[in-house]
Design a protein around this ligand. Structure first.
Ligand code: AMP
Length: 448
């Protein structure tokens, strides 16, 4: 199936072709006709499946087919996003897909001055992409009229619930007309999502492109058991030895992200941290530097990393496992996006064995173990409770208490459980950015 078989106008077809898209992804194939037919949608799609175009393209087509009536330029499509980064990413995509149309879009989120956003809203906007908190602030100040919204999109709805946005979402919905089209996208379907869907969606069509709670098939996953205090050293060793060019690293806390970025910089690996305590400017700069290759390692907390779209990201490292198993799926969804393959490596210390077990239960499989010689965990080290991440809203570490990990249990599963001295293969289809010829090592440029 090609894009030309979808009922999208030449301007949208042209923009999509300029993006280099050859054919619609499965979520696009399923969602676009349903949205165009005016149905509410309940869509389950893992990260990187092309879901943004899945809802944006039919919205643009709808706005083309149904010119606005009456005066002014009220918001006609509202897209809610849990994080600033995801909102910015969606905004960028909407701009690209609508480049040959006269549609106006705007992104609004907190952490930056509200006045320019108010000014732009005054000029009239067709598609508004917003985080819930800032949208309500703007609404309270009468800077945005939501009474003419025709299509509502809740993107990454599961994350919005995790971040405690449910009340904000309900407040926003009260400001919308009762008659509207609703599209809900979520990577996972918890009971909370089901009940949100029941109250918001009207006779929805369900679209599911991947098994629930499954990890991307394109990602090769490995676990390396290692002592907590040696994780940073092991990571720097692997990045340096195998010349990993672009690696996204997850930590559980903002403080941990800062400390690790500092350690990597001290080890000669250019790194930056990205989390909710950083200013929006610093976060945008770090992301741009990471994308351009000016820095090699981006260290992020879960929520800051949500919505990052870095094409063909080859390496994701879980420096610390997430407290909630579903976050593992989100994290490794950062790699192997679209058609590329990726590697996801988790560095797991004795405190995290329970978290690992939860993840493997969710995935319904054991993640392959690897072991770098010299980094076997010390069996005499006992598990300790895992430090709780501070709760935060709108870009901080996730809310929901940290769990206690294997307290009092003795160390177990040390060394090469299952995998021996296994090295993950180098991911396919990722072109090195600089003259970095392959040495033939299965991991990369060993010894360079
Ligand atoms: P998303 O899941 O919307 O964040 O999209 C993930 C990545 O896939 C983005 O880099 C998109 O530009 C890209 N993408 C979306 N649709 C297609 C398509 N039909 N063909 C190729 N790449 C796509």
């Amino acid at each position: 199936m090609s894009f030309s078989s979808l009922p999208l106008c030449p301007e949208i077809q042209k923009a999509v072709a300029e993006m280099g898209y050859e054919q619609p992804t499965p979520i696009q194939m399923q969602a676009i006709p349903q949205v165009l037919a005016g149905h509410d949608l309940l869509a389950s799609a893992q990260t990187g499946t092309g879901k943004t175009a899945g809802f944006t393209l039919p919205i643009l087509q709808y706005l083309q087919d149904n010119p606005r009536k009456g005066g002014g330029r009220p918001v006609r499509a509202l897209i809610l996003s849990p994080t600033r980064e995801l909102a910015a990413q969606i905004g960028e995509n909407v701009r690209e897909y609508s480049r040959h149309l006269r549609t106006r879009s705007l992104v609004v989120f907190g952490g930056v001055s509200i006045n320019p956003q108010m000014m732009k809203l005054r000029g009239g906007v067709d598609i508004l992409i917003a985080t819930p908190g800032r949208l309500l602030d703007l609404e309270h100040q009468n800077a945005v009229d939501l009474s003419k919204v025709e299509i509502l999109v809740l993107d990454e709805a599961d994350r919005m619930l995790d971040m405690g946005f449910i009340h904000d979402i309900r407040r926003v919905i009260k400001k919308l007309p009762v008659k509207r089209q609703n599209l809900l996208f979520s990577a996972t379907f918890s009971n909370g999502i089901k009940s949100l869907a029941n109250t918001i969606l009207n006779n929805p069509v369900t679209v599911e492109v991947s098994p629930r709670n499954s990890a991307s098939q394109q990602v090769t996953q490995f676990v390396h058991l290692v002592d907590k205090k040696r994780k940073a050293e092991l990571l720097a060793h692997l990045i340096g030895r195998d010349n990993w060019e672009q690696v996204l690293i997850f930590t559980r806390t903002k403080h941990g992200a800062n400390r690790l970025a500092e350690f990597l910089n001290d080890s000669g690996i250019k790194a930056a941290a990205i989390h909710g305590n950083k200013s929006q400017g610093a976060r945008t700069r770090a992301l741009a530097d990471f994308k351009s290759g000016a820095i090699r390692a981006l260290v992020a907390t879960d929520i800051a990393a949500r919505g990052l779209d870095i094409e063909q990201l080859p390496y994701v490292v879980n420096y610390e496992l997430p407290n909630v198993a579903e976050d593992y799926v989100h994290r490794i969804g950062r790699t192997g996006r679209a058609e590329a393959t990726g590697l996801a490596l988790s560095l797991v210390c004795v405190d995290e064995h329970d978290l690992l077990r939860d993840i493997e239960k969710l995935l319904k499989k054991q993640i392959e173990r690897m072991a770098e010689p010299g980094y076997d965990p010390d069996p005499s080290i006992k598990a300790e409770p895992i430090q709780k991440a501070k709760q935060g809203r709108g870009g901080n570490s996730r809310s929901g208490g940290g769990r206690q990990g294997g307290q009092g249990r003795s160390a177990e599963g040390r060394g090469n459980s299952g995998g021996g001295d296994k090295r993950p293969p180098r991911p396919r289809q990722h072109k090195p950015r600089s003259g970095n010829s392959d040495s033939g090592s299965p991991w990369g440029n060993r010894g360079k």
